[in-house]
Design a protein around this ligand. Structure first.
Ligand SMILES: Cc1cc2nc3c(=O)[nH]c(=O)nc-3n(C[C@H](O)[C@H](O)[C@H](O)COP(=O)(O)OP(=O)(O)OC[C@H]3O[C@@H](n4cnc5c(N)ncnc54)[C@H](O)[C@@H]3O)c2cc1C
Length: 370
């Protein structure tokens, strides 16, 4: 297994140790993978299909993918990135994804009102220009709502006009993962169970060195970056993301979610510390991997970017970890996460850097269809 550094979320809120589960011989719905997608699917099935016998299988002790190791942005996205996406995909496609993410954000808030959410909004710190202003006008017209406003923002002691979005928020992802599990008390979650094969109503799994079989009515392979292992035709490509959290810092920078470099670098403040992820675009070939190692090249990039964000270099890096995203065809937008494996099984994978908001929406759609 790859070297694994705990994320800030895992380190500050210990994932609950799951009780061992005896695997049933047959279930109505089998869910493979206990990241956000698998857990939201279990959640919505519990709400909308309470009679269905559901089983969640996870190869790790908690989650080995992206869900416990991300930045915890509950976000609909930001202007610079959306403008860039609209050039290749068109404005309607970008607006549709925005609305789905907005729906996901509302779902998280509605379904988990006790979840601690930092209602800090988000700022796109990339320079504003006429093209962006025009894009925002068109986007607002397409959405039928005004979302982004221009305001003076502080980055490292320098004030500049920036697009601000008041509805975005920050969340502790491990907290949300655990609350999702607690909200499915009747659904067994089996951890440390590696699924080897899923097809024709039969899953072959590996439990403590022995092979077992579970029959199912429908299976959903929610394994994100690892989708090709169970769905050989999958177009999902892995992409590593690295994140740092600094020592507690002083800064004049606005304490919103922040974006730089078309969203490739993203930051927020947690417990008076700066959390910063990014650099994947600079080291694309090296980061196209499912290995969880962290690298000095990305660390150096993140340290230099942190100094710009804070306006000084008076900080230490207390945490540095990696998480693995899944990108359809290697791109962060433009494909559906749902793919049929056969008439009994479907893969639901490849949310790129948007799964915190999109997984609840896709999960609800599936649970409604079943
Ligand atoms: C560094 C980083 C920052 C990010 N920041 C954000 C953000 O701020 N906001 C946002 O919306 N999104 C963000 N994302 C993306 C987001 O985390 C993902 O889109 C989301 O977590 C995907 O959830 P998932 O359930 O599809 O996949 P995952 O969380 O990857 O879960 C897949 C699970 O399947 C399990 N699995 C794999 N193979 C098998 C098998 N054979 N048998 C059993 N289990 C298996 C894995 O162990 C894993 O637990 C970020 C991602 C990273 C890496």
């Amino acid at each position: 297994m790859n070297q694994r550094h705990a994320s800030y979320w895992e380190a500050t809120l210990a994932p609950q140790t799951p009780a061992p589960v005896t695997l049933p011989i047959r279930v109505d719905v089998l869910i493979v993978g206990a990241g956000f997608m698998g857990r939201w699917l279990a959640y919505w099935l519990g709400k909308l299909r309470p009679a269905a016998k559901v089983l969640v299988l996870e190869r790790d002790g908690f989650s080995y993918g992206a869900s416990s190791r991300n930045a915890g942005f509950l976000t609909t996205g930001q202007v610079s990135e959306m403008l860039q996406d609209s050039r290749s995909l068109g404005l309607p496609a970008v607006a549709e994804v925005f609305l789905r993410r907005q729906q996901g954000l509302a779902m998280v808030r509605q379904q988990f009102p006790a979840l601690a959410i930092d209602p800090c909004g988000s700022t796109d710190f990339d320079p504003i220009n006429d093209e962006k202003r025009e894009f925002v006008t068109q986007l607002h017209a397409t959405l039928g709502q005004a979302v982004f406003a221009t305001r003076d923002a502080n980055l490292g002691g320098v004030r500049r006009p920036a697009f601000f979005q008041p509805h975005d928020a920050g969340v502790q992802p491990v907290d949300l993962l655990q609350q999702l599990r607690q909200a499915c008390p009747d659904t067994p979650f089996a951890f440390d169970v590696q699924v080897r094969h899923v097809a024709q109503g039969l899953a072959t799994v590996q439990v403590q060195g022995t092979s077992q079989e579970v029959r199912y009515g429908r299976a959903f392979v929610c394994t994100n970056a690892f989708a090709t292992q169970l769905d050989p035709g999958s177009r999902v490509v892995p992409g590593r993301g690295q994140v740092i959290v600094t020592s507690p810092v002083k800064t004049a920078t606005d304490r919103t979610l922040g974006y730089l470099n078309h969203g490739y670098d993203y930051f927020r403040f947690v417990d008076q510390r700066l959390l910063l992820g990014g650099g994947r675009n600079r080291f694309r070939a090296q980061e196209q991997t499912s290995r969880l190692e962290v690298t000095t090249e990305v660390l150096d990039h993140l340290k230099a970017t942190a100094a710009v964000i804070l306006g000084h270099a008076d900080f230490a890096v207390d945490y540095h970890w990696a998480g693995i995203m899944g990108f359809i065809d290697g791109a962060h937008l433009g494909g559906s996460p749902r793919r049929s494996i056969d008439e009994t099984a479907e893969a639901v994978a490849g949310f790129g850097g948007m799964g915190v908001a999109l997984a609840p929406v896709v999960a609800r759609e599936i649970a409604t269809e079943l």
